[in-house]
Design a protein around this ligand. Structure first.
Ligand code: SF4
Ligand code: SF4
Length: 297
């Protein structure tokens, strides 16, 4: 696989406002409609969820629930039918995407677009690339799409006139299994143990108004899960929920700061490059964000 990622970030940014026809439907996860409209959520493994918690980054995590596909178990909460295993709603955990001032997919023009919490808006590089917490899904992208003969974000960017991106489309032999399927229960697809505890929560998440505590309770359930099983360790779940709720990282604070400043989706930012860079530096780098290496390495 050979990619040309400089100036792209198509898989880290919701660029539908730039070109809704060329961008995808926003879902990497297959045939079950998602309750939220987040673009390209990165599903994390249980161990990755725990690793983020261990680094004090529990405030960057967000759950995703699903509507059932035909034949799925399901359960109703807040009047909303959810995909389930038996009576337990299924969910994944990914990274939050606040609106940031970015110029992705080769446009060179800064707009307010939902962007991964770890995307440096100035360099369009990932701030955790190559670090221990770098998600496996990102490290192998777009190998699973290529394996399944599914369109890649790189090809969508190319179709939108964002330059040549997918240079070589061979799938590396060491590519791990995709994050969904029967092996994924308790590893990347989790089941919330008591659906009655989600009254009010599901409706808020669907409307995009989930609270810190709403997010934390799912992070707790994911961290308490056992790969290959439905069981959830209640002590680990409770402890992880507290850690997620109490997290106060540079990244969580940057999400709040960007959210307070953001214009409407796709709106021009209205700052010149130097002004935008200073703002990014103040809200992310000065707050403790790891730097990015540059494209010349
Ligand atoms: S973790 Fe990095 S590579 Fe993955 S979506 Fe976020 S910015 Fe992009
Ligand atoms: S969409 Fe493809 S080319 Fe663009 S940043 Fe992601 S992996 Fe790289």
């Amino acid at each position: 696989m050979e990619l040309r990622c400089e100036g792209c970030a198509g898989c880290c940014v919701d660029w539908r406002p730039i070109d809704p026809d060329a961008a995808g439907d926003g879902d990497r996860t297959g045939r079950r409609p998602t309750l939220d409209d987040r673009y390209d959520l990165v599903p994390l493994t249980r161990d990755e969820v725990v690793a983020f918690l261990d680094r004090g980054l529990g405030d960057v995590l967000v759950p995703r629930l699903f509507e059932p596909a035909e034949g799925d178990d399901h359960v109703t909460v807040d009047g909303i039918t959810l995909a389930a295993v038996r009576d337990r709603p299924t969910f994944v955990v990914g990274l939050r995407k606040p609106s940031k001032p970015v110029a992705p997919v080769g446009t060179g023009v800064s707009r307010w677009l939902d962007s991964c919490v770890f995307l440096d808006p100035t360099t369009l590089q990932c701030r955790i690339h190559g670090r221990e917490e770098y998600p496996r899904t990102c490290s192998v992208y777009p190998a699973h799409n290529l394996e399944l003969d599914a369109e890649t974000e790189c090809e969508r960017v190319e179709a939108a006139g964002g330059g040549e991106r997918l240079i070589e489309a061979d799938v590396p032999a060491e590519t791990p299994a995709p994050p969904f399927g029967s092996h994924a229960l308790g590893a990347t697809v989790f089941a919330y143990p008591v659906s009655a505890d989600l009254d009010g929560v599901v409706d808020r998440l669907r409307q995009g108004f989930g609270t810190d505590d709403d997010r934390a309770r799912f992070v707790g359930a994911a961290a308490g899960s056992r790969p290959g099983s439905l069981s959830v360790d209640r002590d680990r779940m409770a402890e992880a929920r507290v850690r997620a709720r109490e997290a106060d990282s540079w990244a969580g604070r940057a999400i709040d700061a960007w959210t307070a400043r953001a214009g409407t989706d796709g709106a021009l930012v209205g700052l010149d490059d130097a002004e935008r860079e200073r703002l990014v530096h103040r809200l992310e780098d000065d707050a403790g964000a790891p730097g990015t290496p540059g494209w010349g390495r």
